[in-house]
Design a protein around this ligand. Structure first.
Ligand code: ATP
Length: 676
């Protein structure tokens, strides 16, 4: 088989070289070597090559290796190709399928080949089982009362109908969709009303029957936001529902659950195991599950979740399909939505709903909205989807919304227009020729000074209380009983203040990556006497947790602050606000793997929002960094900002990133939508 490949050195040497170059990970190399052992042909160059390439794809969050996508002249995208293939894609496919460790779907081989894609056996089963469960749930029609529901839907939605009522009220249609189907997927950008819609949906369902409902999100932060949004949405609905004079609606409104949990908590974590307590053999007990921020759910997690759902459970997925996909393999939400891509190039709408005639008719009966123009001959799972496209958060000429939408539609002229327009909400900072950006540092010091001032205030109050107690001859510990408690800022308030602003970096390493910016901000804050970073855990240090510690209840991505202990102010503790709003206090020495968090990656910021965001692009991206600078990354960074978006970069890097649209190799879209 070796004649298939043209190698400039021995394959084992090349594997080492690619790993040193950062083109493959140690795991990719290890995987290939282990596979070769199974095949008991340690020296088979082709096997090592194909296994390394497949593993590299999985490390890059693809679910499989698409054979037709391999660059035969330079499969590892080297600057100078040390490895080439001497065959065309068909011959390559034939060679792959002849390998002993590659089999057909029915075979129990380490790798599976199907439809031009090579999978690791495990991922093949994740993908096919997720597709099959989603398809099965999508086909479950629920009985609805077409006499009763239209009036309720009018009660809840007609007030919110846009003034130009020519436009379809998609929130109303989305609610009707979820009333009629066991699986409903409601997607849309920030502020398009996903939570408002789902709250109204739950309200209507609870008027019909009692249901066990659970709300979840992939991270603690996202779960806390979902909980807050549902509470706010219920409060807004209260007046509207009261005015209907229908007590059953008011009663149902009160019964809508407000607490959201993380997916891990719902499924029941087993310490030191990838398995969960709830699975196929021990399914969850619930009637309806709402999953927010579904774009963050990766393929293995979606597999575990669907496995743990009882057959009759309703599932509602909420999310923004345009955001960065999950940190691990797969882009499940984007694949689910992919069939709605508008193929009509004359249309400005990137998406178009796709209904069966039967579903369009039912939706029209329930909502009075003209959905028949979206009838499609092969709707596939289109009957279960609804996309909300109008943002109620970023109205009219709001810069953040306009910039986000230009980026999302890869409208580079639009991107330039919004930056040049002079929107108050947008600030551009050009990279200086050398060194850290002074304007970014000044701006960050100003933004972080609010929470740091609260910490200094607390220290002052404590010193005063100590003095007073000293004068009165009390023990130091008795400051707890003095005015100290009423005068100091609460830890939760300080954390809330810290969370108003965040620096989001496109990269992890380098001068303009998370590491470099954290260091620079720490130095500047120290010079300005806001912090004294002379010990590891200093007062005011923000911490981001980098691994899960189930015993402590701290999870990857949790963010907290080092503060004076509220009970014993003479010592420092790490404080975190959990998904349910409760405060968690941990001894710093016990913290799992963590970093400072004045700056964090855009990836880690998913599911969070901040009043102000400063987005930092690298100055001169390396080849490897360019791969990570994508439209989805920029869009996600912009949409984390509620009031002010600042970008440090160069127009060239910003625009080139916007033009790089991510696509993750997967067969899920094909399994859900067939050939469109
Ligand atoms: N139909 C509507 N008319 C007017 N305002 C609306 C409408 N729907 C939602 N809003 C308002 O828009 C804001 C965002 O709504 P909501 O939180 O439901 O959106 P979302 O898509 O869940 O947002 P996020 O992306 O933050 O999760 C809220 O203030 C809400 O009151």
């Amino acid at each position: 088989m070796s004649q298939l490949l043209q190698l400039q050195a021995a394959i084992h040497q090349l594997l080492k070289h690619w790993q040193q170059q950062g083109l493959i990970t140690p795991l990719d190399r290890h995987f290939a070597l282990e596979m070769a052992k199974i095949q008991s042909s340690k020296s088979d160059e082709f096997l090592l090559f194909i296994c390394t390439l497949l593993s590299q794809q999985l490390s890059s969050q693809h679910s499989c290796l698409v054979i037709s996508g391999i660059d035969l002249a330079n499969p590892f995208c080297e600057q100078q190709a040390l490895c080439k293939l001497n065959v065309d894609h068909q011959q390559l496919t034939d060679s792959i399928t002849k390998l002993d460790c590659v089999g057909e779907p029915s075979e129990n081989t380490p790798m599976i080949f199907e439809h031009g894609r090579l999978y690791l056996n495990k991922y093949y089963h994740f993908e096919t089982e997720v597709a099959s469960r989603l398809n099965q749930m999508a086909n479950i029609d629920l009985t609805v009362d077409t006499n009763l529901l239209p009036a309720y839907l009018n009660d809840l939605f007609d007030e919110a109908k846009p003034a130009s009522s020519q436009t379809i009220n998609w929130q109303k249609v989305a609610t009707a969709t979820a009333l009629t189907k066991a699986l409903a997927v409601i997607t849309g950008g920030p502020g398009t009303g996903k939570t408002t819609t789902v709250t109204k949906l739950l309200l209507l369902l609870l008027t019909q029957s009692e249901l066990s409902i659970k709300l979840v999100a992939p991270t603690g932060k996202a779960a806390a936001r979902l909980s807050e949004s549902i509470k706010a949405s219920k409060a807004r609905l209260f007046t509207q529902v009261s005015q209907t004079g229908k007590p059953e609606l008011l009663k149902a409104l009160k019964n809508i659950p407000e607490e959201a949990a993380t997916l891990h908590r719902l499924l029941g974590v087993i310490p030191n195991s990838h398995a969960f307590r709830h699975n196929k053999d021990n399914p969850l007990r619930l009637d309806l599950l709402v999953v927010d921020e579904a774009s963050m759910v990766d393929l293995p997690m979606m597999h575990k979740l669907l496995n743990a759902l009882p057959s009759q459970t309703r599932l509602i997925l909420l999310g923004d399909q345009d955001q960065l996909a999950s940190v691990e393999a797969g882009a499940v939400l984007a694949d689910i939505c992919s069939g709605l891509a508008n193929t009509d190039s004359s249309s400005v709408q990137p998406w178009k709903m796709r209904y069966s005639a039967k579903q369009a008719d039912l939706l029209e009966q329930l909502t009075g909205e003209a959905t028949s123009e979206f009838i499609h001959q092969s709707p596939m799972i289109g009957d279960n989807l609804c996309m909300l496209m109008h943002s109620h958060r970023f109205k009219g000429d709001a810069g953040i919304g306009l910039l986000a939408s230009s980026v999302n539609y890869v409208d580079i002229q639009g991107v330039r227009r919004e930056w040049q327009h002079g929107h108050q909400e947008l600030t551009w900072i050009e990279h200086q020729a050398e060194g850290q950006s002074l304007p970014l540092m000044q701006l960050s010091v100003a933004a972080y000074s609010e929470y740091l001032q609260m910490i200094l205030d607390n220290q002052h109050v404590y010193e005063q209380a100590k003095l007073l107690n000293g004068e009165q001859g009390h023990e130091l510990g008795s400051v707890q009983d003095s005015d100290y408690n009423s005068q100091r800022h609460q830890a939760a308030d300080i954390i809330e203040s810290f969370n108003k602003f965040r620096i989001l970096c496109a990269m992890r390493s380098g001068e303009f990556g998370v590491d470099g910016i954290n260091l620079a901000i720490t130095n500047v804050l120290k010079q300005n006497h806001w912090i004294k970073p002379n010990q590891e855990f200093y007062l005011g240090r923000p911490i981001i947790i980098q691994s899960n510690d189930y015993n402590l209840g701290l999870f990857n991505g949790d963010i907290g602050l080092i503060l004076q202990d509220e009970q014993k102010p003479e010592r420092l503790m790490a404080y975190f606000v959990k998904a349910d709003g409760s405060l968690l206090k941990v001894q710093p020495a016990r913290l799992p793997h963590h970093d400072s968090c004045f700056a964090m990656t855009v990836h880690k910021s998913q599911g969070s929002e901040f009043e102000q965001v400063a987005f930092v692009l690298p100055q001169k991206p390396s080849n490897a960094q360019w791969q990570l600078l994508t439209k989805e990354l920029v869009y996600t960074a912009i949409t984390r900002a509620k009031e002010h978006f600042i970008c440090l970069g160069s127009p060239y890097v910003f625009e080139r990133a916007c033009k790089q649209v991510t696509s993750r190799a997967s067969g899920l879209a094909l399994r859900l939508w067939g050939k469109s």
